[in-house]
Ligand binder design. Structure first.
Ligand SMILES: *[C@@H]1O[C@H](CO)[C@@H](O)[C@H](O)[C@H]1NC(C)=O
Length: 252
């Protein structure tokens, strides 16, 4: 396994000696690698030097040199920018530090996606006055970020939707439940749309009001009963035929 690379330090970073929780100085460097494309073509390194809450010098790899934000920071930036050795190293950090580490963490985390199991179910039936409620559940997905929306006749529904947070199962997987209140109209098609890193396409599950879960179970039980009945009847028939033909064949 490859190990992450660290940003090279060209400064000795001094952390303040704290005299108490409230009375200290805080001197730190904060480097960020910012990107959104999977091939890292838009990778930017922001390497900032801070005193307390404020950045005084910052390297932005798009700009290619340090910029100062305070009198001290400007002097610092000018000093560093003149150091060709240092600048060469700093500019190489986008590849050496950012892209290299992004590849490592992406293959370890981002690319390990797991598709959710999606189920649309009825929570409340329409009783003539109160609206009906549907629930779209997505189970066992990873990573956490997910988007669950509803379509009514292929048009996005913007009202009467509530959703839970993504709830951790405790085993790295998550689940989420989105509720839609609606008044049923005949011929209307309602679908749940789930967008997640595990799929390049949105996953769409249509609500089928004719066959609900409980109905499906009844049909399954009925069908198994029917099959079982046919098997027993056939076995009985075969047994009866064998027995009766056997009697005829036995010579006296
Ligand atoms: C880095 O510099 C580019 C070009 O000037 C700018 O568009 C971008 O916003 C900067 N990024 C940050 C985080 O300051």
């Amino acid at each position: 396994m490859s190990l992450p690379k660290f940003l090279s330090f060209h400064l000795i970073i001094l952390l303040s000696a704290f005299t108490g929780a409230a009375n200290g100085y805080y001197y730190y460097r904060w480097a960020e690698c910012i990107y959104s494309s999977s091939n890292y073509s838009d990778m930017v390194l922001i390497d900032g030097y801070y005193f307390n809450k404020f950045v005084y010098s910052q390297f932005n790899s798009t700009v290619g040199e340090f910029v100062g934000f305070t009198e001290y920071g400007v002097r610092n930036a000018e000093f560093w920018n003149k150091n060709t050795d240092l600048m060469q190293r700093e500019r190489a950090q986008v590849d050496r530090f950012c892209k290299y580490n992004a590849e490592l963490s992406d293959s370890a985390v981002r690319d390990k996606t797991v598709k959710p199991n999606i189920k649309v179910s009825s929570v409340k039936e329409y009783d003539g006055t109160h609206p009906a409620m549907l629930m779209c559940s997505a189970y066992r997905f990873y990573p956490q970020k997910i988007k669950v929306t509803w379509l009514k006749n292929n048009v996005a529904v913007t009202t009467d939707v509530t959703s839970t947070e993504e709830m951790p199962n405790g085993d790295w997987y998550y689940q989420i439940h989105s509720h839609l209140e609606y008044t049923p109209k005949s011929g209307e098609k309602i679908s749940c749309v789930v967008e997640h890193a595990s799929s390049t396409q949105p996953m769409i599950v249509d609500w089928n009001p004719a066959i609900q879960e409980s109905e499906r179970n009844k049909i399954a039980i009925g069908a198994s009963g029917l099959v079982l009945g046919i098997i027993i009847a056939a076995a009985g028939l075969i047994y009866y035929k064998k027995k009766s033909s056997g009697r005829i064949l036995v010579p006296h």
